[in-house]
Design a protein around this ligand. Sequence first.
Ligand code: NAD
Length: 488
Amino acid sequence: MTVLPLYVAGNWRPGRGAPLITRNPANNEVLASVSTASIEDVDEAVQAAQVAMQNPAWRDLLPHQRAGYLHRIAALIERDSEKLAQLQRQDNGKPILETRALVASAAGTFRFFAAACETLEGDITPSRGNYLSLSLHEPLGVIAAITPWNSPIASEAQKVAPALAAGNAVIVKPSEFSPLLALELAKLAEEAGLPKGLLSVLPGTGTVTGPALVAHPGIAKVTFTGGTATGRAIGHVAAEKIMPVSLELGGKSPNIVFADADIEQAINGVLFGIFSSQGQSCIAGSRIFIEEPIYAGFRDRLVERTKALRIGDPVSERTQIGPLITPQQRDKVEGYVKLAQQEGGRLLCGGTRPTDPALQDGNYFTPALIENLSNRCRTAQEEIFGPVGILLPFRDEATLIHDANDTVFGLASGIWTGDFRRAWRIGRALNAGTVWVNTYKQFSIATAFGGNAESGLGREKGRDGIKAYMRQKSVYVDMSGRSIPWAD
Ligand code: NAD
């Protein structure tokens, strides 16, 4: 089998690390063998990126010229959108309707940051003397972008687009479980004419390639999306280097249903919140709080609707639940269902491997709902990253807010109610980077995203997203022509 090359410093060549195999989660067949980057490859990419960034051909571009590259990449993503969506579906097992949406969002992200690049303004700040004081923003340097497997191309675009828009060079290390889309993005950037060295894509492991990038003295910032434990390890290295880092980490988000909610809408929102992407989503609404008066009826209807979800091959537009990323991930999720039962939980549906012979070769797992657990038990506290929802009845607002916030995470939340004053009150009280009211998992590239507490550090997206890849500089310009009195 041919081994796919790396994209290092503008060249496609084999990596010096051991190749990795990526498999289709729907049948576990080998999809590709991919070169990985060694420490030497990382060093070569960083050095080339430093040179490329300082080259006047990039450094001195006017904003609209730099934006032009991003617009061209966006157009190429759109041109190849179906091919990219199908490849992502094969590489990570998300149903095709979801991967199409992710590819479209990646193109939109490049366009948005092209506009952010063109409209970025410095400030004239109020001076306290006879001088002009300015606040400017400059590129940071070489950015390391490390991404997880659950939303390839969208995750990479969210980092590469603002980093390039800000005038940096970027090195992407995609997940070892879904490296193919980042390599496709590199091909499109090359076709868009992006100068060599500004983007390298280095597939590799989290034990060699990732740490080598983070520790490299030539890396000016790490932008990371992935698990909290990995984020913490990267944060330690960043502290040693006094290096800025942004961390988009895990979650255990509350999705809260009040008795006065539109019940059918709430059921759809709860199902989508926990079971889309097979629950392999940082923002999954995995703790489902339900107000006591409607608890039993809501639970029964939710169970009925969960059993009716369509599990199947992600190639079908009818599929709602595809396979989990790896057999190991399925084992882990299955282990949590067993743990929940040991903790006293009652399994209401799912939590098993499907019996359909057509699904035997893939990492499929039926969506599970569990009740009779305390919010403090491990299953309600730890991120499962699979299709497992925990049902938690609540009686009053004070206990609800306490329990909803009683987690190490603070990523997202949902509130279902007909009372907008209550939505406002609860939304303001929740410790979460995002609050959805009568909706869930809706996004705009123009709106910032990020987590509180152990869900992360910093924000991505939004107009200020470009500034996450820049450093501020203050400039004072004398307007008086007089010399400084102290020295006279
Ligand atoms: P992970 O932390 O295992 O890996 C993420 C990336 O980090 C991979 O590319 C991996 O190779 C690399 N890596 C691992 N150890 C490293 C190290 N020591 N130094 C440098 N790089 C290292 O996460 P995962 O299993 O790929 O993804 C799932 C996790 O990602 C979940 O916890 C999920 O909540 C989180 N996630 C968060 C967001 C968000 O925006 N907050 C979005 C998607 C996923």
